[in-house]
Design a protein around this ligand. Structure first.
Ligand code: DC
Length: 361
């Protein structure tokens, strides 16, 4: 009686099958007598990756390889018949929506390796049978799409109340707050400090790649240097839209944001979080307010002249919306909230309720 999962054989047979996707669900293992820890593991693998995985499998009986954003990662699955290592590539063009629509579930048998093909609904039923939510908490989502389990994306123009609202939502949900604007500001600060030529794409890209941005609560750090106030200077604020428009800069920031999001539990504010960075985020909010209201709030905060603030806001809106890459706009499935005349508490409450209704917390 075989007591091991012969993944090599499994994947070999998958390579010859015509399924679009492979879903390997731990609940399938549980239902068939395996004691799986961590129990909430599901991996979605596009079928065109299977052949590559199969080749990687040639190195050993029980291994597959999962490469994410160029990073190999091992997923250890403990079974009562010994450990199984899964290393799988999920970097394909795969979204939960596509899996919902087209996936084929593959179950791994108990005594002998057996492959059964069913539907995703079947996997969901099996999950329900063992008391699990329909979508696994630590399901691996495709890196390329910036899939983001347990991420609330809050986008919108400057002055819509994003920072206050996002911080407060993060606190209410017990999630980590991420200020993506601070990341673009940090790169701009380094560009200005190094007096780099703002037209030198390659140099600006290098700076974006090499700037180590970290967050420590409310503090923003570059390396170990606290730049929290420096990145809010008028000079940095003015130069950031130009630097943020560089594709090299956006690619570096988006990659970093996706790495953070992959851990889950984030409420992030930005301009393209719901459209580009995490299009699979289960809750996307587009926060807005009239330019006059936004200028009024900003000038109360900074004591600058209302007319000057209004002109600056309109100019930044224009730059952020006309840029080709990641232009400021609501995601198709975003909830658009106009905060004009509404209190922060009211808006926060509405977002927290949406997050709870969608089962994010
Ligand atoms: O939100 P903020 O004012 O700190 O943003 C600073 C600048 O960075 C602003 O011009 C827009 C830009 N930005 C961006 O392009 N993409 C983001 N995700 C966040 C900010």
């Amino acid at each position: 009686m075989a007591s091991q999962l012969r993944l090599r054989d499994l994947l070999a047979s998958l390579a010859n099958s015509d399924c679009d996707f492979v879903v390997i669900g731990s609940s399938a293992l549980v239902l068939q007598g395996w004691d799986v820890v961590p129990s909430d593991l599901d991996l979605f693998v596009p079928s065109d990756e299977v052949d590559g995985i199969r080749q990687l499998l040639e190195v050993g009986e029980h291994q597959a390889v999962w490469v994410r954003d160029g990073e190999a990662r091992r997923v250890e699955v403990e079974t009562d018949r010994g450990p199984v290592d899964l290393y799988l590539d999920v970097s394909g063009d795969l979204t939960y929506e596509r899996v919902e629509r087209d996936a084929v579930a593959v179950m791994i048998g108990a005594d002998e390796l057996s492959v059964k093909v069913g539907s995703l609904a079947h996997v969901r039923d099996m999950r329900a049978a063992v008391g699990r939510p329909p979508v696994p908490a630590d399901a691996v989502r495709p890196a390329e799409k910036g899939g983001a389990p347990r991420v609330v994306a809050i986008d919108g123009p400057a002055g819509a109340g994003k920072s206050t609202v996002t911080r407060s939502v993060a606190r209410s949900l017990g999630f980590t707050y991420l200020d993506t604007g601070a990341m673009y500001r940090s790169v701009t600060l380094v560009v200005l400090e190094q007096r780099a030529d703002p037209d030198d794409h390659a140099r600006i890209g290098e700076i974006a790649d090499s700037t180590e941005i970290d967050f420590d609560g409310e503090r923003v750090l570059i390396g170990h240097r606290d730049v929290t106030s420096l990145i809010r200077s008028a000079e940095v604020t003015k130069a950031t839209p130009h630097i943020a428009a560089y594709p090299e800069v956006r690619a570096a920031m988006v990659k970093r944001q996706r790495q953070l999001f992959s851990q889950g539990g984030y409420v992030a504010e930005g301009r393209d979080t719901g459209t580009v960075v995490a299009p699979d985020a289960p809750l996307k909010i587009y926060l807005t307010a009239t330019p006059e209201e936004r200028a009024r709030r900003r000038s109360l905060e900074t004591h600058e002249l209302l007319a000057d603030v209004l002109a600056a806001i309109e100019e930044r809106d224009r730059l952020d919306s006309v840029r080709e890459l990641s232009a400021l706009k609501p995601a198709k499935d975003a909830v658009v909230l106009d905060t004009t005349g509404r209190s922060i508490d009211e808006v926060v409450e509405e977002i927290v309720k949406l997050a709870r209704d969608r089962g994010i917390v």
